[in-house]
Design a protein around this ligand. Structure first.
Ligand code: B4P
Length: 188
């Protein structure tokens, strides 16, 4: 059974690496950002709510995000393992995830933190903005998302460090190089 978390600032390559790791372990990659974006494009009530926050680079409230993750983790494909990409992002989300997992008599096996310099992530996201036009990829919103990450999410790595689950992985270089480093970190 493999239950993994991947963390890192916006643009650190979480989504890119999550799909590679998930394919390798044959587990679903569950990205809260992707679930929100799918709801936004389908115009569901959840999407309408999430869009208000995402377009400004704010976190969607925990009350919305936590229930959505609980639902997703209760689906059959997540029973034998998963990779969570972009969740938890706040202290309350860590507590909530602990609760869900303890109800399932399960636990996290490894927390991967992708480490990439701020100016490198800004330039990656500006490139993505030019290529894909994601509405939360304007420079002002990108810088706000990065600030929020260091203020609210990066401190969570200490929680997982204390549990001996956290590994830092250099997220610079080619996608293949980063993937190889992650594979090593998971096996270690
Ligand atoms: P996310 O979808 O998680 O967006 P992100 O942080 O920008 O990361 P993403 O996975 O898309 O980008 P990646 O680093 O892979 O969240 C979006 C928003 O949703 C949040 O701001 C928030 O509003 C909301 N949200 C999501 N989860 C939430 C939660 N738990 N609680 C509250 N709100 C939540 O890649 C970025 C770019 O880098 C790509 O273009 C990629 O091609 C490129 N790249 C990747 N690896 C590279 C490499 N090695 N070299 C060069 N470029 C690379």
């Amino acid at each position: 059974m493999t239950r993994l978390l991947i963390m890192g600032p916006p643009g650190s390559g979480k989504g890119t690496q999550a799909s590679l790791v998930a394919a390798k372990f044959d587990i679903p990659a569950i990205s809260t950002g992707d679930i929100f974006r799918a709801n936004v494009s389908e115009g569901t009530p959840l999407g309408v709510e999430a869009h208000k926050y995402m377009s400004a680079g704010e976190y969607v409230p925990d009350s919305v995000t936590n229930d959505m993750v609980r639902d997703r983790l209760s689906q059959p494909d997540a029973k034998s393992g998963f990779l969570l990409d972009g969740y938890p992002r706040t202290v309350s989300q860590v507590d909530f995830l602990d609760k869900i997992l303890s109800e399932q008599h399960a636990s996290i096996d490894r927390v991967i933190e992708l480490v990439v310099d701020v100016e490198e992530v800004v330039s990656r996201l500006l490139r993505r903005a030019a290529e894909e036009g994601r509405p939360d990829d304007t420079e002002e919103v990108i810088r706000h998302r990065i600030e929020l990450y260091f203020e609210q999410t990066e401190p969570l790595t200490a929680v997982y460090d204390a549990r001996d689950l956290h590994v830092r992985v250099d997220g610079t270089g080619s996608v293949e190089d980063v993937a190889a480093r992650i594979a090593e970190a998971i096996d270690a």
